[in-house]
Design a protein. Structure first.
Length: 306
């Protein structure tokens, strides 16, 4: 196991380096000049060149990347063009709000998606199974920005149960968290159903039932761990997916997290903010992949890594 962990950690480092190069290059390929965004209208060419020099944009791309890596290793990710403050501080300041929203959406996903998926598998072919599968398909086809707007119209402007925007109380997180959780719920529901159907048809399940074990005991003691492996994988991957989806949802509900900051940074070509936000997302995705792999051995003792 230790050798496997070391290999995975090394591959994660290589992946992260590749992600940093891709992020850096893609930021520079986005049309638009950051110098134009910070200068007033009517600025001269000389002023533009001076600002570009101060930003380090006058150097070749490879030299800019080496400067970025050197500064990043010292904890300096550059100053935000928009906020005139260290980019890392700006992103970290908004990170707790995004984590709070993402954690709430993930909790909703687990609490709703997994039990309904299990019930749909146990009651295969019933009206409940049909309704759950149909709802999951429709949910996966629903754009999050449209769903968010519909929830605002229904529950904020119509029924007045929840606020339209903001993050002051627990009521503010309900609508954005539900909007963010709808797609993961449908995915987890369908995968849980499929996984449990495969396990419930296995020989050892039929043997347990032949010994007289009741349905609940069979599910909890024999089916749950084996069926949970692909579900845990998808749940871990959905953590990164939820963080990515929060960019849209946070803007719909004016949630003061990283998502709103990223959209503003795109509009203003604020490279430092975008680089920090995307690198944090890459690190989160790589980390949850590693955690998911390690959880396999916990859920199934038969799995051994060389």
């Amino acid at each position: 196991m230790s050798r496997y962990i070391i290999r995975r950690l090394l591959s994660s480092v290589v992946t992260f380096i590749g992600a940093s190069i891709a992020v850096f290059i893609l930021m520079r390929l986005v049309p638009g000049d950051p110098a134009l965004m910070v200068l007033p209208e009517g600025a001269t060419l000389e002023e533009m060149n001076r600002v570009r020099e101060l930003m380090g944009l006058d150097k070749p791309m490879w030299a800019q990347y080496l400067d970025f890596v050197g500064d990043a290793l010292r904890g300096d990710f550059g100053d935000s063009f928009q906020h005139a403050a260290p980019a890392l501080d700006v992103v970290v300041e908004r990170l707790p709000k995004s984590i709070y929203l993402g954690a709430t959406a993930l909790l909703i996903t687990v609490v709703i998606g997994v039990p309904i998926g299990i019930l749909a598998a146990v009651r295969r072919g019933s009206w409940f199974d049909f309704l759950a599968s149909l709802t999951a398909i429709l949910s996966q086809s629903t754009p999050s920005f449209w769903l968010g707007l519909m929830l605002i119209f229904a529950f904020s402007l119509g029924l007045r149960w929840f606020p339209v925007a903001g993050s002051q109380t627990w009521k503010h997180v309900v609508l954005p968290a539900v909007t963010l959780a709808v797609y993961p719920i449908s995915l987890v529901l369908r995968l849980t159903r499929t996984s449990f159907l495969e396990v419930l048809g296995a020989d050892y399940i039929r043997t347990a039932e032949a010994k007289g074990l009741r349905g609940t005991a069979v599910l909890l003691k024999h089916a749950l761990k084996n069926a949970a492996i692909p579900v845990v994988t998808v749940l871990c991957l959905q953590i990164a997916g939820i963080l990515a989806g929060a960019v849209v949802v946070e803007n719909v509900f004016s949630w003061p997290g990283i998502g709103m900051t990223v959209i503003a940074a795109v509009n203003l070509r604020d490279y430092p903010i975008l680089q920090v936000a995307l690198l944090l997302s890459s690190a989160a995705f790589i980390t949850v992949n590693l955690v998911a792999d390690l959880l396999y051995a916990v859920l199934d003792p038969r799995i051994r890594y060389g």
